[in-house]
Design a protein around this ligand. Structure first.
Ligand code: DAH
Length: 341
């Protein structure tokens, strides 16, 4: 029977091509070729009508069977090809999850952050807590409440970056003193490290942006002796040895008496060098006993309480500690510099 022979030879061709096909798209092409509407099988079936009636059923049956076989072969080959693809991925893209990863470069804390955290720890061990205030500050907290009214000549000492409406970038962390006294009742012991800003031309020892630590202690019967003791303890911890200090009178409107606290030059040990300009001393901390005006403005009775306050430059302290001679290095973002700490 001619038709059956034709179908058989189509089947043979199909099975061979399916067996040889190497990819899923080419397999899909074969499916269209052998089972689609324009396939050879369809063409053969169109000739079915010309057959004698009694031969038609067996020819129809044979064609269905062939279709099924082709479908089966396609399915099998598809599975095989999919498996091969995954096996290929498994061997070429194998991931060894036990292999150690590649370590990226590690960053480190800025030397100013390091010292700031150290100082926080030192003061916390003396019973202080940490306070903070905003960098964009009002005239009131930065000046007025600190006994520096408008037109006071002390405003000229701290060249200010003004923003708008009596708002400024704080020129010192002393602004946090007032905010603390407004919210806490004595006894008060706080330190407030933070960033401050001045309208300043930069050079090796001046920056428009730098860091300070402010300290405030208020209780009954606080005297200059308490202030000196706390400063000495802090400096001993920072420099890991006893540091010689001296007090000179200093003018800050928010303290009375006010002092400049100098430390014996860390580099030359007081002998005199280029860093201390031959004097053997380094100016480090502004301090004093909190002015009664400041206490009463913040709602603390100066007849009952007294206290001391201090403020020191963190950049300065880091420079002394490591013998750094240019403050601009801190903001340079230069990794050659930063990696040393
Ligand atoms: N705020 C002062 C400054 O930036 C430093 C200072 C001096 C702070 C005396 C104080 C202080 O708390 O009592 O120059």
């Amino acid at each position: 029977m001619q038709i059956i022979q034709k179908l058989d030879s189509i089947l043979k061709d199909a099975l061979k091509e399916i067996e040889d096909s190497k990819s899923l798209p080419s397999l899909e092409g074969l499916r269209v070729k052998y089972l689609g509407r324009k396939s050879r099988i369809t063409a053969v079936l169109k000739g079915l009508g010309a057959l004698p009636k009694n031969e038609r059923p067996s020819a129809g049956k044979a064609s269905n069977e062939i279709k099924r076989k082709i479908e089966g072969a396609l399915e099998q080959r598809k599975e095989q090809l999919s498996r091969d693809i995954f096996d290929g991925i498994a061997t070429t893209e194998r991931i060894d999850i036990t292999e150690p990863g590649v370590q990226g470069p590690k960053g480190s804390l800025h030397p100013i952050s390091q010292l700031s955290m150290e100082i926080e720890d030192i003061f916390m061990s003396m019973g202080f807590s940490i306070a903070a205030g905003p960098e964009v500050e009002s005239d009131y907290y930065n000046f007025e409440a600190l006994n520096i009214p408008p037109d006071h000549p002390a405003r000229d000492i701290q060249d200010t970056i003004w923003t708008v409406d009596q708002t400024l970038l704080r020129t010192h962390t002393s602004s946090v003193q007032v905010r603390t006294m407004e919210t806490k009742k004595p006894p008060i012991r706080v330190v407030a490290p933070g960033r401050v800003f001045r309208y300043e031309e930069t050079d090796a020892s001046h920056e428009h942006t730098f860091y300070q630590v402010e300290g405030l202690l208020i209780d009954r019967d606080i005297s200059v002796a308490n202030l000196i003791a706390v400063m000495r303890t802090m400096l001993r911890e920072v420099f890991k040895k006893d540091v010689k200090v001296r007090l000179r009178p200093g003018y800050f409107p928010f303290v009375e008496p006010g002092f400049e606290l100098d430390i014996s030059c860390h580099l030359c040990n007081g002998k005199g060098c280029s860093v201390c300009k031959g004097s053997g001393w380094e100016e480090l901390i502004g301090c004093g006993l909190v002015h009664p005006n400041v206490l009463s403005k913040s709602g603390i009775d100066p007849d009952v309480y007294s206290g001391f306050a201090f403020g020191m430059g963190l950049d300065r302290l880091v420079m002394m500690r490591y013998g750094i001679d240019d403050i601009r290095l801190f903001h340079s973002g230069d990794l050659r510099f930063l990696k040393q700490f």
